[in-house]
Design a protein around this ligand. Structure first.
Ligand code: PNW
Length: 552
């Protein structure tokens, strides 16, 4: 176990947003209250075998009724911001562009937003966190029908901007397009559960549908952003972007094949949507024909190579809407994978993942879910990689840990969640070093999650909360990790009164630090100590420009 040695002079700027995140279906319950229409998770979670404990989302943490209590909890932690999602089918019960709006649904979120603001908490709102209106799936197979879903999604987004945009200034269009596409239409473990595996699903084609769904998600995001920018942004002054899941990919060893495999893993997890900048020698023509989707480029060359015709293509008009359609990089990350070339899992870029190093040791502490180990160094490497590659301010919109067997512990024991505290200790140290030493422009951090909640296919077995929920009584109890995070950010975010310079909104194009090079001057809030280290900056800057130009 490593104890981080964060230098005491390191700080985050006074306008750094921090808090906790949740999602509508995971916490609200009350699935038929206030005229809410069904979502694809309502019935899916009731099918035997779809959740580990056979439990559904009908009650969850009962936050539809207990939102006041959740708000008090946020206040007790002293958060600056709260990330939550809106349930599309509460706002438009049938989901479609010609379907009626539910004023009751609008009122529910409107009141909650007002209550947050009254307590000085900034709402950070996700429009879509996986709870597609069931009707849209029944009508035309949801994300598989690009023409229909783009129009329906944009109308839904527009309603949200109209009704909440006077108060909400931070919008996320989509949570984790990779999970929507791969887990919903490829592996079939998340709603709507489609897959080629006929033991799992009577319908679906895992070789084509995930890539089609992903394509519709990108376009829906992009057209909603266009609507926001053209019709609302000037008046409302907010910002909007997408949030992608992506874990750091580390080569298993120094072999060229495994180094390449790690890049392939990133290309499919992140580059598919981001979409990554083509590498100079891999695709020279792209230098002269710069059509860059959400952040920079076309679909990664590797995805085209892997999927051929199965990867849908955008029209020129679509490219122009997709390109540059995110104001920031929304980063959801949990772990680091050691990557080995090989295997036939396209969803991981034909790369094998392991947590076991060549010498047989484990990368970090094992979480309750098989896919998660604690490796904070990877968090810092990922921040550097993303900032260098996409040159956008980064908002960490999810990051968290599920303690092994926490569900089997009595509450008094579960509250002392040492492994989770250790996880956040490591990650916060990596975060502040990435900002103060590497010059990465990070502007927000949300821990997942405010509460233990409905963990999708894991039901209620896997607990990610910094607050324990006793599902029998619905009582909430702060865990040590919740208190740790609250204190850490209070200690490390500059006080507003101090000298509060206005946010130094950095021109993202200015300094893309080289991957692995540690740039010394802080982006925000330079301290004496870190300005002393700034002699390193020019060199790092030159290296960064050269490596960025070469696409390294
Ligand atoms: C994210 N994986 O999902 C979601 O945004 C949350 O709703 C969820 O509760 C949280 O992470 C914890 O799982 C993921 O298999 C689900 O790698 C699965 C994976 C990653 C993220």
């Amino acid at each position: 176990m490593v104890t981080p040695n964060t230098p005491s002079s390191y700080e985050l700027p006074s306008n750094f947003l921090w808090g906790f995140a949740t999602a509508s279906f995971q916490i609200e319950g009350s699935t038929d209250a206030g005229g809410r229409g069904k979502s694809i998770w309502d019935d899916f979670s009731k099918i035997p075998g779809k959740t580990l404990d056979g439990r559904d989302g009908d009650v969850a943490t009962d936050s539809y009724n207990r939102w006041q209590e959740d708000l008090d909890l946020l206040v007790s932690y002293g958060v600056k911001s709260y990330r939550f999602s809106l349930a599309w089918s509460r706002i438009i019960p049938l989901g479609g562009r010609d379907d009626p709006i539910s004023e009751e649904g609008i009122k529910f979120y409107s009141d909650f937003i007002d209550a947050l603001l009254a307590k000085g908490i900034t709402p950070f709102v996700t429009l879509y966190h996986w709870d597609l209106p069931q009707t849209l799936h029944d009508r035309y197979l949801g994300w598989l029908n690009k023409t229909e879903i783009v129009q329906d999604y944009v109308r839904y987004a527009r309603v949200c901007f109209e009704r909440f945009g006077d108060r909400v200034k931070h919008w996320l269009t989509m949570n984790e397009p990779w999970c929507i596409s791969i887990l919903g239409y490829g592996r079939g473990v998340f709603a709507p559960g489609r897959s080629s595996d006929r033991l799992r699903s009577p319908e679906g084609d895992s070789s084509t549908e995930p890539w089609i769904a992903g394509h519709s998600v990108i376009l829906s995001h992009a057209y909603a952003v266009r609507a926001y920018r053209e019709e609302f942004k000037q008046k409302q002054g907010g910002e909007i972007g997408v949030t992608l899941n992506g874990d750091w990919a580390m080569p298993y060893d120094d072999s060229p094949a495994n180094i390449e495999a790690a890049q392939h893993a990133l290309d499919v997890a992140i580059g598919w949507f981001a979409v990554s900048r083509p590498r100079l020698f891999a695709s020279l023509p792209s230098l002269f024909h710069l059509h860059d989707p959400i952040y920079l480029g076309s679909y990664p060359a590797y995805m085209k190579e892997m999927l051929g015709d199965r990867l849908p293509s955008f029209t020129e008009e679509e490219w122009s809407v997709v390109k540059g359609s995110s104001d920031f990089y929304g980063m959801n990350t949990y772990t680091t994978n050691l990557c080995k070339a090989g295997g036939e899992d396209e969803f991981q870029g034909n790369v094998e993942y392991t947590f076991t190093r060549p010498d047989g040791t484990q990368l970090g502490t094992q979480a309750h879910c098989a896919w998660l180990q604690d490796y904070p160094e990877g968090f810092r490497d990922l921040l550097n990689y993303l900032y260098k590659r996409y040159r956008k301010p980064i908002y960490v919109t999810e990051n968290g840990f599920a303690v092994k067997d926490e569900d089997k512990k009595p509450v008094e024991e579960a509250l002392h969640d040492d492994d989770r505290v250790q996880y956040y200790r490591g990650v916060t140290d990596s975060l502040i070093k990435a900002v103060n030493e590497d010059g990465v422009d990070v502007r927000a951090y949300f821990a997942w999650s405010l509460l233990d909640n409905f963990e999708w296919a894991d039901g209620y077995v896997t607990r990610f909360g910094v607050t324990y929920v006793d599902y029998k009584t619905q009582k909430r109890y702060a865990k040590d990790s919740g208190n740790f995070i609250a204190k850490w950010f209070q200690d490390h975010v500059q006080q507003e009164e101090k000298d509060a310079p206005p946010t130094p909104v950095k021109n993202a194009k200015e300094v893309p630090p080289a991957h692995g090079s540690k740039r010394a001057s802080a982006v925000h809030g330079k301290t004496k100590e870190n300005s002393k280290r700034s002699w390193k900056a020019p060199l790092a800057r030159i290296t960064a420009y050269v490596s960025t130009f070469l696409g390294l």
